[in-house]
Write a protein that binds this ligand. Structure first.
Ligand code: GTP
Ligand code: MG
Length: 366
């Protein structure tokens, strides 16, 4: 049997450091059958990413193969990027399996946000997409109690089946499995987790006491997400383990907000309204007048606004313009991979963002 890296699941090889699973030949002999590849070692110990060629077609083949089996599928989504991380054909991909959908990273909201309300929102969101899982949960993998609740649901539904964790990259699949390994005291090495996309590169099987397995899988690449197009330094900045501090701006028509160098929101008409910016704390938010906005952007896109940098901007493509009208009900502009802006008041906005980033206009989540 060929050896796999215990952190990322890549098949181990000793010939090419730019391909997944590389281990130096002299290191290989020293560690028996269980070792981490060089890329995992650097991610775990230095949070340093080695770029390797990712085979997206292979990831899709994995999913198709798993779809033929009868499993308990635990689909993880990121509650801060529901539209960007939700998989709309999940039930078609796993026709034989029971499905639980778990919204992770609830800790990114302020403590005062009521989980019941966000959970109701999540259930309504799935119902509107005609998705009917066996159970839904809202959790933070950083909280022990939430992992206990997830385990109760898993053991209620799994029978003798394997439990397969599925989701787009970076939603926290491997982090959750690590928490389960710890909670159940399983005899398994901890999986590699990181702020880089595509940390897990192959399927990893963690044995459960009843003879079945927990399966970790490589995340489905998400081309709609801002983070997909960023270098690792900027991915690190945006993937926060600390709650996201909402920043409130009271605007009059004629004013503009820049959300880093990612988006520009022009308040074109209406009455004085509030704009609550829920994006990672390191993203700089700047208010100016619409008439000064273009000049400001050209002058400061590479200093004050910083992210994305010129290389990342090229990958993000052209600029798309949106027009939104809001009144009475609070509405969000959701920016995949970044966060969302809640609009409270009445008016019209022009919104500009890179065309590769998915933008959704929705009822406010909080
Ligand atoms: N704030 C917060 N961050 C989390 C949570 N769970 C995971 N993360 C972070 O999200 C990032 C990605 O976590 P991983 O467990 O590597 O995600 P993954 O889904 O396995 O990613 P791939 O292997 O690339 O598919 C890491 O920086 C984690 O620390 C959570 O509940 N809250
Ligand atoms: Mg992973």
């Amino acid at each position: 049997m060929k050896n796999k890296c215990v952190g990322c699941g890549a098949l181990v090889q000793t010939s090419d450091p730019h391909r997944p699973g590389f281990v130096r030949a002299d290191v290989l002999g020293k560690h028996g059958n269980e070792f981490y590849c060089e890329r995992c070692y650097k991610l775990i110990h230095y949070n340093q990413k080695t770029d390797v060629d990712i085979d997206e077609a292979e990831f899709q083949k994995n999913i198709i193969e798993l779809g033929k089996k009868e499993l308990l599928v635990v689909n993880i989504v990121d509650i801060f990027d529901l539209e960007g991380t939700f998989i709309d054909n999940l039930q078609e991909l796993f026709p034989k399996s029971k499905i639980i959908i778990v919204a992770n990273k609830f800790d990114l909201f302020l403590n005062s946000v009521i989980s019941g309300k966000v959970h109701d929102y999540f259930r309504k969101f799935l119902a509107e997409k005609n998705i009917t899982p066996e159970a839904t949960l809202l959790i933070s993998s950083l909280k022990k109690k939430d992992i206990e609740t997830l385990l109760l649901e898993i053991f209620r539904l799994k029978g003798k089946k394997d439990v397969c964790f599925i989701g787009t990259t970076n939603v926290g699949k491997s982090t959750i499995i690590n928490a389960i390994i710890k909670k159940l005291g399983l005899k398994a090495r901890f999986l590699t987790t990181s702020t880089a996309i595509s940390t897990t590169l192959g399927i990893l099987k963690i044995p459960l006491p009843d003879g079945s397995f927990l399966l970790d899988t490589p995340g489905i690449l998400n081309h709609n997400q801002a983070t997909y197009y960023l270098g690792h330094q900027h991915q690190k900045l945006l993937l926060s383990k600390k709650y996201i501090r909402p920043r409130v701006y009271q605007l009059l028509p004629g004013q503009t907000l820049f959300i880093g160098g990612f988006c520009r929101l022009d308040f074109v008409s209406g009455m004085s309204s509030s704009f609550v910016i829920n994006v990672p704390n390191p993203v700089f938010v700047h208010r100016t007048k619409i008439t000064a906005a273009s000049h400001f952007y050209e002058k400061h896109k590479d200093d004050i606004l910083i992210i994305p940098d010129p290389t990342e901007r090229k990958k993000l493509g052209g600029i798309q313009k949106y027009h939104f009208t809001f009144e009475e009900k609070k509405q969000d502009i959701a920016i995949s991979g970044l966060g969302f802006i809640t609009l409270i008041g009445k008016g019209e906005v022009d919104f500009y963002c890179f065309e590769k980033i998915k933008i959704s206009f929705r009822e406010a989540i909080v």
